[in-house]
Design a protein around this ligand. Structure first.
Ligand code: ZN
Length: 72
């Protein structure tokens, strides 16, 4: 028998605010971390989550390393 079952769609991943730490020395992550704190402070959890996702998705070569190029 064929039953049409809607595929669950992940509209938004639950992202714990403490899961993604801004990388020390990364200006972008630092800015996002600040924005996230401000958003959380005003109750804007949607925006705060966005910042967390951005931080998590920010490319970092390796743990503890900054991704700021120094080949200037
Ligand atoms: Zn970063």
């Amino acid at each position: 028998m064929t039953v049409h079952v809607p595929v669950p769609v992940h509209l938004a991943e639950p992202v714990p605010l403490h899961e993604s730490e801004p990388v020390r020395g990364c200006g972008v992550c630092t800015a996002l971390g600040k924005q996230r704190a401000e958003a959380a402070a005003r109750g804007d959890h949607s925006r705060a989550t966005d910042c967390t996702v951005e931080i998590r998705n920010h490319p970092h070569a390796r743990e503890g390393a900054t991704h700021e190029r120094r080949d200037a």
